[in-house]
Design a protein around this ligand. Structure first.
Ligand SMILES: Nc1ncnc2c1ncn2[C@@H]1O[C@H](COP(=O)(O)OP(=O)(O)OP(=O)(O)O)[C@@H](O)[C@H]1O
Length: 615
């Protein structure tokens, strides 16, 4: 499978293990994938053996019951009709109908049992995958596209469901049915049976030839579906940009191109099937001709009864079913194996930022953070922070300023331990970040950033995200402190208003104040403020500044800002450039230094140079 993922080089991914080797290597990979897939699915099925056994028993009973109706037909033709056994007719009818009822009941039971086992296994696998995704670090999310990850949790897991609910059992019962019927027929008339079985190698050969083509064709379909959904995800979430550039037609054309690829791929699959099925039908008829002609000859010579030929023809149909199923199951297995590989690529990815077994739970902290000789890069070839030394004083506001790309947000990411530095250490109150539990650190941290994420749910739910189980009084107090209470109260449903697509629409400033309320409710010791006031109107900015001032009081704060007006009162301002600290001090000290900060300041407030007040 040539996913972009594999090319990214997942260390634990199948490609990483086997390498992109020759065909032999690929076959090995495939076999191993299929074996592992069965092993894992059986693992998920474990504990539900009762239901599995019930399903198996029902399927085997059905295979045996399939024998009955042809036998009753033979009996009617050979014995009842010539012997004029009128009294036997109701029994024949009852036998056929009774068998049909039993077939229905066993079919129902096996479907229900298989579906509940299959659904349960898929439920477990999907939850395991989601939990694992939650545990992966930010670097993983930097590398992967959301649409792709979503399709792995939804459609790839769904694909495996087919395998568990139908494929696994079908193979077992088909084999059973095939062997049982073939043995019985050999017993009744070995010559006729051998003649009939002669068409099977041809069928197997055709199926094998076609299954390879089906596999390639399925892959193309799956890839084209992924392309369509990636395009949908990108363009529907970026609909504002598309409209603002008036690019609706352009995007519609691009979408049509992808849809066309998908349509063509589907048509190729249909064409293949349209050739394959008549060939199989032809071979089936060949078998039938053999039975009919050879059988008739046997009857004429008095070696076989008419009823026996009729029964043989019915058995022939039963015998051919497993072959038809088998080709379908081969496809299911191939599709599932591809999906399984994509799932395992995620499950086998280990986070780079890991927690030690004996990680220390951080006690309530003061917020003394020290960066010592820290070196960090997102990708090995581009250093972002170099020999970085910085100390955050507890209870004080430290501001980071500097040009875009200087590494300001990176400092915040490292404090939250979204990434680990390659060199140096970072400590909080003397505890190295690598030794403490990330949960205990993040519980004491609040982040308010420009990119505000509110989840589907009510206003209350969103504020409460900062402190699950908070009381209404606490929520309202936090909203008041964040200057959010009045606009929330103006909604018809107040705190119970739904946010999101079907709920109230919030302005940028309102969202910002909700996120501040969430942080105030959390009451963390450490606050990271990432360009929280960018791109807002003056009125909103004033309300937000007030809210932030309340949030920052008495906490250790890191403020990242482009707008120097927002950080002039910071206890310390650190100027970053290309990942190193070039200046640091208070606003006044830095202005007097006449260095980089002064230049940034003069750029933002040119009137100051002319003796005016900053805006
Ligand atoms: N997830 C990432 N993966 C790879 N490179 C990244 C990632 N995030 C940031 N970078 C790079 O690291 C450098 C520092 O980025 P950072 O976001 O820390 O800068 P910044 O000073 O906060 O910039 P801005 O003010 O524009 O937000 C930039 O060159 C950026 O391209």
């Amino acid at each position: 499978m040539e996913s972009g993922w594999a090319r990214e080089g997942f260390p634990g991914g199948p490609r990483g293990r086997f390498g992109a080797g020759d065909d032999g290597g690929k076959r090995k990979l495939k076999d191993r994938t299929v074996r592992n897939m069965y092993k894992r699915m059986f693992f998920h099925v474990k504990g539900r053996w009762g239901l599995m056994l019930l399903a198996l028993a029902c399927l085997i009973s059905n295979s045996l019951l399939e024998f009955v109706i042809p036998q009753l037909t033979r009996y009617t033709i050979d014995d009842v009709i010539p012997g004029k056994l009128f009294g036997a007719l109701p029994w024949v009818a009852a036998g056929v109908l009774g068998t049909a009822v039993l077939l229905g009941v066993f079919g129902y039971l096996s479907s229900i049992a298989l579906a509940s086992v299959g659904q349960r296994a898929i439920f477990d696998l999907r939850n395991e995958l989601y939990r694992h995704l939650q545990s992966l670090d930010m670097a993983f999310y930097d590398r992967n596209r959301t649409g792709d990850l979503m399709s792995r949790v939804t459609s790839d897991v769904g694909m495996l469901q087919q395998l568990v609910s139908a494929g696994m059992m079908q193979i077992a019962t088909d084999l059973f049915t095939f062997t049982a019927i073939a043995l019985y027929m050999l017993y009744v008339d070995w010559q006729l049976t051998l003649l009939m079985l002669a068409t099977f190698p041809l069928m197997l050969f055709t199926t094998r030839k076609f299954s390879k083509r089906f596999r390639t064709s399925f892959k193309t379909v799956q890839q084209s579906v992924a392309e369509v959904s990636n395009h949908l995800q990108d363009t529907l979430s970026g609909i504002r940009v598309i409209k603002s550039f008036a690019n609706e037609d352009y995007e519609s054309e691009r979408f049509a191109e992808r849809s066309e690829t998908n349509m063509k791929a589907n048509l190729r699959t249909v064409r293949l099937r349209a050739i394959y099925e008549p060939i199989i039908d032809m071979l089936n008829y060949l078998g039938m001709v053999a039975v009919l002609v050879f059988g008739a000859w046997q009857v004429m010579r008095g070696h076989l009864t008419v009823g026996a030929i009729v029964a043989f023809l019915a058995y022939l149909r039963l015998l051919q079913n497993p072959i038809r199923h088998f080709s379908r199951i081969l496809n299911t297995i191939q599709q599932s194996a591809a999906a399984y590989e994509r799932i395992m690529e995620v499950l086998e990815t280990k986070p780079e930022v890991t927690e030690k077994e004996d990680a220390v739970r951080l006690p309530p902290i003061g917020g003394h953070i020290v960066f010592k000789d820290v070196g960090f890069s997102y990708r090995s070839d581009v250093p972002v922070l170099r020999d970085f030394n910085l100390e955050f004083t507890p209870g004080k506001v430290t501001a980071l300023v500097g040009p875009s790309g200087a590494g300001k947000s990176t400092v915040a990411h490292l404090i939250a331990r979204f990434y680990d530095p390659q060199q140096g250490t970072i400590t909080v109150d003397g505890f190295p970040l690598k030794d403490i539990s990330a949960k205990s650190l993040r519980e004491q941290m609040g982040v308010v950033s420009q990119e505000i994420v509110l989840f589907n749910g009510t206003v209350r739910d969103n504020i409460m995200y900062g402190k699950p189980g908070a009381t209404d009084e606490e929520i309202i107090a936090a909203a008041k402190a964040a200057n959010a209470h009045s606009f929330i109260s103006s909604f018809p449903k107040g705190y119970d208003s739904e946010i999101g697509e079907r709920g109230v629409k919030l302005s940028g400033g309102q969202k910002q104040r909700l996120s501040i309320a969430r942080a105030i409710l959390k009451n963390p010791r450490l606050i990271v403020l990432d360009e929280a006031t960018a791109s807002l109107d003056t009125e909103s900015e004033h309300l937000i500044q007030e809210a932030l001032a309340r949030l920052l009081v008495g906490r250790t704060c890191l403020v990242i800002a482009h707008r120097l007006s927002t950080i002039q009162s910071a206890d310390r301002i650190v100027v970053l450039d290309q990942g190193t600290i070039v200046e640091s001090g208070t606003h006044e000290e830095l202005l007097h230094l006449n260095g980089k900060y002064r230049r940034l300041y003069d750029m933002q407030f040119p009137q100051e140079q002319a003796g005016g007040e900053p805006a």
